[in-house]
Write a protein that binds this ligand. Sequence first.
Ligand SMILES: [Zn+2]
Length: 115
Amino acid sequence: MEVTEKQTLNFWKKVLKIDDGCWEWQGSLSSSGYGKIHLRGCGENENHGTHRLSWFLHFGEIPISMSILHKCDNPKCCNPEHLFIGTQMDNVQDRIKKEGRITLYQIRVNRLKYH
Ligand SMILES: [Zn+2]
């Protein structure tokens, strides 16, 4: 993944630090409530989760099979301190723990969108 300095600046311009410590994305959202950003020239899939972009900018490339998860449960949040890296299975288990249930459809959708 390659991001230009301009894209990085435009990204941070739309991130608002709110009182509870979350850095909320103010731009467009995916259907499941995650921030999304269009990065032209960034390969075949040009739409990226903003939490994944934030992780990338702070910690570097995300292994292809890994997901970026939220400790704070705020899908718009881009604060690297609120993010952790895990597998898709961690993601599903984390959600089951938090929501009590998850549909197979959601798992499939998440897999398509966030990998
Ligand atoms: Zn947060």
